[in-house]
Design a protein around this ligand. Structure first.
Ligand SMILES: *Cc1c(COP(=O)(O)O)cnc(C)c1O
Length: 422
């Protein structure tokens, strides 16, 4: 398609957008009385208007039924989370029994590492990407120390080549093969939070499994954004948060995937609690733990219903639309944004550099060479919500559920006046 940097052209794309009605399903913050152009759905998704009803229902049941709500609420609380497994399994390419919802992301990765990082004298190394999201780095270091090992000798970070801004799959696969039978665990972000790169999850999982390592994925920036086939790729485990592209609200419940191969194992290492034991006999309060036959075996506490309810609301939207349509719009809107950036770059004779490689999802990370934080402040003051990473990278993620092509055009105009004003 031949793009044009005009309002008419952007509006013509919106007119043809079959997700356009979903924009009205979200609340937009306002700056100076105008709805913002929201590029930070990769950090905190907008609030769907339908979410409140899901939360209100729980509040009402709590008020009217109190403890009886566990069994007699509109959606009984004791198995509330089970409603999420099926729609969520579609989003991540899993079987419903491989998916559960609980806790928060870093907590879940810690719990999954208990099961899938069992170092021995010879096989103990962990492979992750360099400059992984800080929470993941703290997790790796503390897990390694917990096992009495030295982080410097245990954690291997995948490097980018000098002068390059992305990882090459061939380098990743080569490193896995070199580590070979020393490698205990591969745990990488499926979509990198900084440069927006989508990793070749299929190839990495396959190579990791081939050398005998466990392979897990941190899908914080991948879920609800890119196509996932966790089951077919044969990953061992994965976890993600629900508040980025999945719009379920600040700090809300996280999801986990555990491959079917690992379900119903009696000898697996796991930190256990009463919500992981068989629901049929849970309330007999027996001393023995009998694991649920699905990923719910990793549940520890009873369900935080008020944090899971918004996630269920959000999943109804994913059910209606499906990942294929979201990805189709995502590809077009991100390409249009890329085009706009190049056009504005030419017009103002600046030097924007998109550091996101072609393997990308919703996010473009842009190096604003020669520009300072004042440009970012100008964008914010003029209704463009984006985020800034040192030294001078802005991350732009036009979430297909609620961003419009007109937003992209308007952003270009604001960016242009911001560069000229600086
Ligand atoms: C957002 C994000 C997190 C956040 O972790 P929480 O435990 O939900 O606070 C972790 N890892 C990655 C890669 C992220 O992008």
């Amino acid at each position: 398609m031949e793009f044009k940097n005009t309002l008419e052209f952007a509006q013509s794309l919106d007119a043809k957008d079959n997700l356009k009605s979903y924009r009205d399903e979200f609340f937009f913050p306002k700056i100076k009385g105008k709805e913002v152009i929201y590029f930070t759905g990769n950090s905190l998704g907008l609030q769907p208007k339908r979410t409140k009803a899901f939360v209100d229902e729980v509040m009402k049941d709590w008020g009217e039924l109190a403890v009886e709500g566990h069994f007699y609420a509109e959606k009984p609380w004791w198995d509330y989370h089970e409603r999420l497994a099926k729609p969520l399994a579609k989003v991540v390419g899993a079987l419903p029994e491989e998916v559960s919802v609980m806790n928060t992301l870093t907590v879940n990765l810690h719990l999954l590492m208990v099961s899938f990082y069992n170092p021995t004298k010879t096989r103990f190394k962990i492979l992750c990407e360099e400059k992984a999201f800080p929470s993941d780095q703290y997790m790796f270091q503390s897990q390694v120390r917990f096992h009495g090992l030295d982080p410097d000798e245990t954690i291997v970070e995948l490097k980018k080549r000098d002068g390059e801004n992305h990882w090459r799959t061939e380098d990743i696969l080569e490193t896995i093969e070199e580590l070979g039978d020393e490698l205990a665990l591969v745990l990488i972000g499926g979509v990198n939070y900084y440069n927006g790169q989508v990793m070749d999850m299929k190839a990495i999982t396959k190579t990791g499994k081939a050398v005998g390592a466990n392979v897990g994925w941190d899908l914080a920036h991948a879920v609800g954004n890119v196509e996932l086939k966790l089951h077919d790729w044969d990953a061992d485990f994965a976890s993600w948060c629900s508040y980025k592209y999945m719009n379920s609200g600040p700090g809300n419940a996280s999801g986990i995937f555990v491959n079917k191969r690992h379900l119903n194992k009696k000898d697996i290492q796991r930190f256990e609690g009463w919500w992981g034991t068989k629901k049929e006999t849970r309330f007999l309060m027996k001393p023995e733990f009998e694991p649920m036959e699905n990923a719910d075996a990793w549940q520890i506490s009873n369900v935080p219903v008020l944090s899971v309810a918004p996630y269920l609301a959000s999943l109804t939207m994913f059910e209606e639309v499906g990942m294929a349509k979201l990805i189709e719009k995502r590809n077009l809107i991100v390409s249009y944004l890329e085009f706009i950036l190049h056009e504005i770059d030419k017009e103002v004779d600046s030097s924007f550099e998109i550091i996101t490689p072609k393997d990308r999802g919703c996010q473009l990370s842009v190096f604003l060479h020669g520009q300072g934080k004042s440009l970012f402040n100008y964008l914010m003051e003029n209704g463009v919500v984006t985020d800034w990473r040192e030294p001078n990278v802005i991350r732009l993620a036009p979430a297909p559920f609620y961003c419009s092509y007109e937003d992209m055009y308007r952003f270009g105009q604001i960016l242009k006046s911001g560069v000229l004003a600086n």
